[in-house]
Design a protein around this ligand. Structure first.
Ligand code: FES
Length: 492
């Protein structure tokens, strides 16, 4: 049953006066049914019309937000809700597709009807009439089956449609990576949140490092930028990922770091956000970079921290590159280290720290889908935490197993690890107390892990801890079928 709407409402939808539409009715370009017109006809005649009635969009936005609140809670609903323009543009794109599909269905129905006529004729005139009669009967049966509405709801199709309204998918032509842009996030923010190492610098429309080429789809500028594209790049649809969001499904060409060599050395003045003294032996330092000068790094890498005349210190980053403004470090209290003593005794919130880097190649093998085993000794957990958060974001690995050996009664981020295990189906967490001064007991302490797998050859293994513990662990695993090429070690 075609949906009818009043001429006034149709005029509002397409941004024309009621009189202009009335004229189309008079000219027989638009069919009228007692003052109403078919919505399908309006869509067909004005495929590119802008939807002017913002109240409709606002109402729809409220409905979507309330539905999401019910399903996911208020916080996520806010996070996911796109702005009204984006919502309208996505709905418009889906409506266009729907109208096109309907037109095609009409054409196919007409084609089948014609075919039926032809076959009916042949079934009376041909010397092989019985064949055409059979064909006709088969076709009628098939058409009847198609016309009987399916009682099975097309859940996937429905979900896919909702997803397309709430989030736009981005395809990276050069690497084949894909991610969704939610709410009014920029393409850069969404790509980084999805764990991709997209090229960028200022995140603020100045440097041009995040430029990408739009191959297909529709984007929208969400903030002004100072960077000026040369005319030749403008003509090729270049845009800034940090200043644009995706309206519809888009395909783009954008640079991504393939290894640590693709990440430039950066020097940033960061502010202390928080210094948490976990025990007398351990503190967690959280730094914040300026919004327009974030730290680009790969999970598992290190950074050099310095302040004034103090000797600088190189530390593994414990946070995820997907949160590039908030950098975390787990620092064992080495009383012989002047920098660490300064952090423990004097450093306070909002103080400045210079950071330089990143360095190191203890990074995830993103080309492999193998199961991953992370083995951490004490604060060797820091880069492992960064790798785990990145691996979880990418969602590539078949499974993740964290094995944490610690000198204290309980590891300092035990609850965090248990939360991962609770939340993720493919995540296993085991922790074991050990004596970090007695390497001879290591074989026994690794038993739990060794008994878990019959074969280590197809596992990617990342080990981080004191050098002698890490090396001994590697040797034990090599003796138990592990493949040397699949093992990465970081000494701390
Ligand atoms: S990151 Fe500098 S312009 Fe986008």
């Amino acid at each position: 049953m075609p949906r009818l709407i009043s001429l006034s409402r149709a005029a509002k939808l397409v941004g024309l006066s009621r009189g202009a539409l009335q004229k189309r009715v008079h000219n027989l370009e638009l069919e009228s049914f007692e003052g109403q017109v078919k919505l399908d006809d309006i869509e067909r005649i004005f495929p590119d019309a802008e939807i002017e009635d913002n109240h409709i969009i606002e109402d729809l936005e409220k409905i979507v937000e309330q539905a999401l609140k019910k399903a996911h809670g208020a916080k996520l609903a806010k996070l996911l809700a796109p702005d009204s323009y984006t919502l309208a543009a996505r709905l418009r794109a889906i409506t266009k597709e729907h109208a096109h599909a309907k037109e095609q269905v009409k054409d196919f129905i007409a084609l089948f009807s014609e075919l039926e006529t032809q076959i009916t004729q042949l079934s009376t005139t041909s010397d092989k009439a019985y064949l055409f009669e059979d064909l006709n009967n088969w076709m009628n049966d098939a058409i009847n089956k198609i016309q009987t509405p399916s009682l099975t709801p097309t859940h996937l199709l429905e979900k896919d449609t909702i997803l397309r309204v709430m989030a736009a998918q981005v395809h990276l032509k050069n690497t084949g990576h894909e991610f969704f842009v939610e709410g009014s996030n920029s393409i850069l923010e969404a790509g980084l949140s999805a764990g991709l190492a997209l090229n960028y610098g200022c995140s603020n429309g100045n440097c041009g490092k995040c430029k990408a080429k739009l191959i297909s789809g529709e984007i929208k500028k969400i903030k002004p930028h100072d960077f000026v594209f040369p005319e030749s790049e403008k003509a090729q649809n270049y845009f800034l990922c940090c200043s644009n969001t995706a309206i519809t499904e888009v395909e783009i060409e954008a640079d991504e770091a393939g290894s640590e060599k693709d990440i430039p050395l950066q020097k940033i003045s960061a502010k202390v956000k928080k210094v948490d003294k976990i025990t007398d032996e351990l503190l967690i330092l959280n730094l914040k970079t300026p919004r327009t000068n974030r730290l680009r790094f790969l999970a598992g890498q290190n950074i050099i921290l310095s302040r004034g005349d103090l000797p600088p210190i190189e530390l593994p980053i414990a946070s995820c590159p997907c949160d590039d403004m908030n950098i975390q470090f787990h620092i064992p209290h080495d009383k012989n280290n002047a920098f660490i003593n300064f952090v423990v005794d004097e450093l306070k919130s909002s103080d400045s720290i210079q950071i330089e880097g990143p360095t190191g190649s203890f990074i995830l093998d993103e080309d492999s889908n193998n199961a991953i085993i992370f083995i951490a000794f004490d604060t060797g957990f820091a880069p492992i935490k960064s790798l785990i958060e990145h691996a979880v974001t990418l969602d590539h690995a078949e499974s993740i197993h964290l094995y944490w050996l610690h000198a204290d009664e309980k590891p300092y981020m035990h609850n965090q690890c248990r939360a991962w295990e609770d939340a993720l189906d493919n995540f296993k967490y085991q922790q074991l107390q050990y004596d970090n001064s007695d390497i001879s007991q290591l074989d026994v302490k690794l038993d739990l892990l060794l008994n878990e797998y019959a074969d280590f050859s197809d596992k990617n293994i990342y080990i981080c801890g004191a050098e002698k513990m890490a090396n001994k662990t590697e040797k034990v695993l090599l003796d138990h079928s592990a493949n040397k090429e699949n093992i990465k070690i970081q000494a701390v």
